[in-house]
Design a protein around this ligand. Structure first.
Ligand code: AMP
Ligand code: MG
Length: 408
């Protein structure tokens, strides 16, 4: 078995074809989630505040609520004497009105009594029995947060498209918002193929290796705002792969496999896809990553990544991740691309786009010269560079754009 590669297509064409295809096939939508489960989700629409914030005129300092004009001209030498009529704590209502000549003791966060239009900080006062000496003048509205001054009921509190980070969750909670409409996550089903593969939790038998793509690609999918289910390890067997694909297609918007995409004996993915549906791409002009397959079955997309862990990850990051982020609303973190100087001369293959893992060393990017099966390269890399297809040599010191794996 194993079909020959179809026409190998340009990376840019592959990007465009896959993005257009997934946009067309994916139905998207939104769902309502509890605010407690909303961390990292993307708001599907503007959320307006249902209430004024603060909900009432509120003291923003501990002190005395006064009629501001009573205090004009007050100083240490000539303090103004006022009658204190009550104490208002945060969470309780004042009972009396503050008239000229009187005041109430008030705590931060407590409602300002009627009649008062300013708060004098406790530091500028002095108690004398039932009376209080005010040592500083207050201007009207001083240390009072007026109802609706923070945000008015009906105005937009958090805009649609925003990612719900802890600060936004706090802001929504302050307005009493307990559930929000968020952008649905594209769902992806991840399958690893290969007779040599063993679950990382299992025992490593002779001639076997641990499956690194299942967890690596699942993590990359979650990073891009997708929900993930896993189909585990499937042997290089036509029927097994066929059933695993059908199962995945039944529960997810997208199925991502790795391994078995070349034209070798055990490489059955292309055959299965041909029989179940259609192979759209088989072979992309990039290095690593050439044996990548894209198919459509029952109106859903299947992406077959190459088995080599470096290749699988780079194809995912450079082609698949951008359209998934666009649809999930989770943008790549700011600063994830950095312009650095190449630490060493780099030879690239002419005619196809080449990727190289790099280590970041201050302002320098140092290419890691290993083949795409090298796990140590993945473990030590800080990011990667993409060398255009018409470039054969990048000289030492030349500026390169490094896509960072982690920039938090
Ligand atoms: P393939 O694409 O199936 O020809 O595999 C290419 C290389 O990647 C082989 O050395 C495989 O053993 C290795 N490989 C394939 N799948 C995985 C995987 N899920 N995890 C780690 N290595 C893999
Ligand atoms: Mg294989």
């Amino acid at each position: 078995m194993g079909v020959e590669f179809l026409d190998i297509i340009d990376l840019d064409d592959a990007r465009r074809i896959m993005a257009d295809l997934f946009r067309k096939l994916y139905s998207g939508g939104s769902e309502t989630v509890n605010i407690d489960d909303a961390l990292g989700r993307v708001l599907a629409e503007d959320v307006k505040s249902p209430i004024d914030l603060p909900p009432f005129d509120r003291a923003s300092r501990d002190g005395y609520a006064v009629v501001a004009s009573d205090t004009f001209g007050a100083s240490d030498e000539k303090p103004v004497r006022l009658r204190c009529i009550e104490t208002v704590e945060a969470g309780s209502l004042p009972s009396g009105r503050v008239e000229s000549g009187s005041c109430t003791r008030i705590s931060t966060g407590a409602p300002v009594p009627e009649g008062a239009d300013a708060v004098v900080m406790v530091e500028y006062t002095e108690v004398s029995g039932e009376d209080v000496y005010i040592h500083r003048p207050a201007y009207p509205s001083q240390h009072i947060a007026a109802a609706g001054s923070d945000i008015e009921a009906g105005s937009v509190l958090v805009g649609g498209g925003r990612v719900l980070s802890p600060d936004k969750i706090a802001a929504l909670s302050a307005a009493g918002v307990t559930s929000v409409k968020v952008v649905s996550r594209p769902s992806a089903h991840v399958i690893s193929t290969g007779n040599e593969l063993t679950e990382p939790s299992g025992r490593l038998e002779p001639a076997k290796i641990f499956d690194s793509n299942s967890l690596g690609i699942s993590a990359a999918l979650r990073d891009a705002g997708c929900s993930v289910s896993r189909g585990g390890i499937i042997r290089d067997d036509y029927d097994e792969l066929r059933s695993a694909l059908i199962e995945g297609l039944g529960k997810a918007d997208l199925v991502i496999t790795s391994g078995g995409t070349s034209a070798g004996a055990g490489d059955v993915l292309a055959d299965v896809l041909e029989d179940l549906g259609e192979v759209v791409i088989h072979g992309i002009s990039m290095k690593p990553g050439k044996p990548t397959i894209v198919g459509v079955v029952d109106g859903k997309m299947v992406v077959g990544l190459p088995g080599f862990p470096v290749a699988a990850l780079l194809v995912f990051r450079s082609i698949v991740e951008p359209f998934l982020r666009e649809l999930s609303g989770i943008k790549a973190p700011e600063g994830s691309v950095k312009t650095l100087k190449l630490a060493e001369r780099f030879h690239s293959s002419r005619g196809r786009v080449q990727y190289a893992l790099v280590r970041v060393d201050g302002q320098y990017a140092r290419p890691i010269f290993r083949d795409s099966g090298a796990i140590a390269a993945l473990a030590g890399a800080d990011g990667y560079i993409e060398v255009p297809k018409n470039v054969e040599i990048l000289n030492e010191g030349e500026e390169v754009e490094v896509v960072l794996f982690e920039n938090r």
